[in-house]
Write a protein that binds this ligand. Structure first.
Ligand SMILES: Nc1nc2c(ncn2[C@@H]2O[C@H](COP(=O)(O)OP(=O)(O)OP(=O)(O)O)[C@@H](O)[C@H]2O)c(=O)[nH]1
Length: 569
């Protein structure tokens, strides 16, 4: 048996695993996207922190620079003051723009628009909020820039504030702000780093789970399927080998069988062509097979296949109807069928044939063709006729014997019952027959008996029966007389009288004995007992006995007499 692959189940498992795989991949993709965003956030946070720290640090540097330029502006010769004034202006405006950016955000500088509560508190709360300090400082610097040259002296209050007062408080506040910015930036980065680490861990966990729950079963399943496939392939290869072996074996067996079949066919053909039976097969239109015997018997040309016309041409005209029944019988209902007919031999002699026809049908019972054989039964039929003749007919006169007479008598009784006609039976015994045997020999006795038979037959109708009962006893059976008793008795008497007279005539007998022809003349009479009967309830033996008794009565009355058994009537 082949290993079952259960492809439907395997496909179901593969589908489920594929879904899981897709889900896991989606999760991994989501996590990777989140990691990418968080990284982007870290970078942007880092950028933001760097910008803020940088800008706030630069504020410190700008405050010192403006203090330096402010000092230079006051101490420098007048002709240099314009250039210094310009540099001071640039520095303080940059400081003012940066301050505005730090408070409200500036994308160009990379500054965020929000600030933490701690920074906010530093800028706006307390006794000296940083916002106020910076504004005051900027305004003071602007005032110094705008001051006339005459007012520019070492004692200028703006200068004093810029160079002496502000550096103490403003620089320290700016340092604190820078420090606070740094602290907050680092804290935010740390938070993001933690989140990223968590994401990374989660991704690792997910990948591990994926490996355990998806890839592992997937690989196991693939292994199972591959294993099954391998086993199936091995089995197929094994079966293929076995199959090839069996085909070889079968081919050799078939070759042997074909040879045996050919041998047996040849033997069968020899047998079929060396029997005296005509074998044939008929498909309803033509004879598909005929053995040689048909052509040998009929003299027809074996080169031409047998046709119905050829068949019919050799059937005895009287048997044609019977012979044609071969094709007319309803073989759907009947199995085998027998026919008897005569066929003309090549020398013109008709021979008796027994024909056995067998319908060959398929498994559904549909007729395929007729298969038949004709057996020459001429000799057998002759023997049967002889046996029948011996059994039912007298060997000397060929008249029906005692057995056949009894059969005819019983038929006559039966028909008499049917048609209510009278019948008659005559019992004849020759008078003084013995002397002819004694005087001239047995052969003359036989010749006389033959002549007697002929004379009796000439007195009755063919439908009546003349039988030899034994020795010199004869029976005449008149089948149908009339329905009238008197008329029938008269008719029977008249025929008996006719017979009596016919037998009375002299017998001229001639025989060849010892190359000599011997002629004799002999006179002979007969005593006749007659029984007339109708619807008789007794059997044939009783009728015969009555007739016999009547015959003896005739003998007793002096021979050459007719006596009627009146008791039956
Ligand atoms: N030739 C010949 N004789 C036969 C045959 N069968 C019987 N017989 C003889 O026929 C004779 C019949 O004898 P019976 O009927 O007794 O004698 P019968 O001479 O006819 O005398 P009645 O009948 O009394 O008138 C016998 O001699 C038989 O041998 C036969 O087939 N051929």
């Amino acid at each position: 048996m082949f290993t079952k692959l259960h492809i439907k189940d395997d496909l179901g498992i593969a589908q489920a695993l594929t879904w899981r795989y897709v889900l896991a991949l989606s999760l991994v993709a989501t996590l990777s996207t989140a990691a990418w965003f968080s990284l982007k956030l870290v970078i942007s946070e880092q950028n933001g922190t760097a910008a803020v720290v940088n800008v706030s640090g630069r504020q410190r540097m700008l405050s010192q620079r403006t203090a330096l330029f402010a000092n230079l502006l006051v101490t420098a010769p007048k002709n240099e003051r314009a250039a210094i004034r310009l540099k001071l202006k640039e520095s303080v405006e940059l400081m003012a723009a940066s301050h505005h950016g730090l408070l409200h955000g500036n994308p160009d500088m990379g500054l965020p628009s929000t600030m933490s509560p701690a920074i906010k508190a530093m800028y706006y709360d307390g006794e000296q909020p940083l916002n106020q300090q910076v504004r005051t400082y900027i305004n003071t610097v602007r005032a110094l820039i705008a001051a006339d040259n005459e007012k520019l002296s070492i004692d200028n209050p703006a200068l004093r504030y810029i160079t002496l007062t502000a550096p103490g408080t403003l620089v320290s506040s700016l340092d604190k702000a820078v420090h606070q910015y740094q602290l907050e930036g680092e804290a935010a980065i740390k938070r993001l780093e933690k989140a990223e680490t968590a994401l990374w861990m989660f991704t690792l966990l997910l990948l591990t789970l994926e490996a355990m729950l998806i890839f592992n079963p997937f690989i196991k399943h693939i292994k199972v399927v591959l294993d099954k496939l391998k086993r199936a392939t091995d089995e197929i290869l094994l079966n293929q080998e076995t199959l090839e072996e069996r085909i070889k074996q079968r081919t050799s067996e078939l070759a042997n069988r074909s040879k045996a079949l050919a041998d047996s066919e040849q033997k069968l053909s020899v047998l079929l062509n060396n029997t005296n039976i005509h074998m044939w097969a008929f498909d309803g239109k033509v004879f598909t097979y005929t053995n040689r015997q048909w052509f040998d018997f009929t003299g027809q040309n074996p080169e031409n296949s047998l046709t119905i016309e050829n068949w019919v041409s050799v059937v005895h005209p009287e048997d044609l109807a019977e012979a044609q029944k071969i094709w007319q019988v309803d073989f759907e209902k009947k199995s085998s069928h027998d026919h008897y007919f005569r066929l003309k031999r090549h020398d013109g002699v008709y021979r008796d044939f027994y024909c056995r026809v067998t319908p060959i049908k398929d498994e559904t019972g549909t007729l395929l063709y007729l298969q038949g054989h004709n057996l020459d039964i001429t000799e057998r039929k002759q023997l049967e006729d002889e046996v029948r003749q011996l059994a039912f007919y007298d060997a000397l006169t060929t008249l029906p014997n005692r057995r056949l007479l009894k059969d005819r008598l019983s038929q006559t009784i039966a028909s008499s019952k049917r048609n209510s006609r009278y019948c008659a039976l005559m019992f004849l015994d020759l008078d003084n027959f013995k002397p002819i045997n004694d005087t001239y020999g047995h052969a003359f006795g036989d010749a006389l008996l033959l002549e007697v038979a002929e004379r009796i037959k000439s007195c009755v109708r063919q439908s009546d029966t003349v039988a030899r009962f034994g020795g010199d006893e004869f029976i005449v059976l008149l089948n149908t007389l009339t329905t009238d008793k008197e008329k029938s008795v008269q008719q029977a008497n008249r025929i008996a009288e006719k017979i009596r007279k016919a037998l009375l005539a002299p017998y001229l007998l001639s025989l060849n004995t010892n190359d000599n022809k011997t002629k004799i003349e002999h006179l002979c009479s007969a005593s006749i007992g007659v029984v007339v009967f109708i619807n008789h309830e007794s059997d044939e033996d009783e009728i015969l006995k009555r007739a016999d008794d009547a015959m003896y009565a005739a003998k007793a009355a002096g021979r050459n007499q007719i006596r009627l058994d009146s008791d039956f009537i």
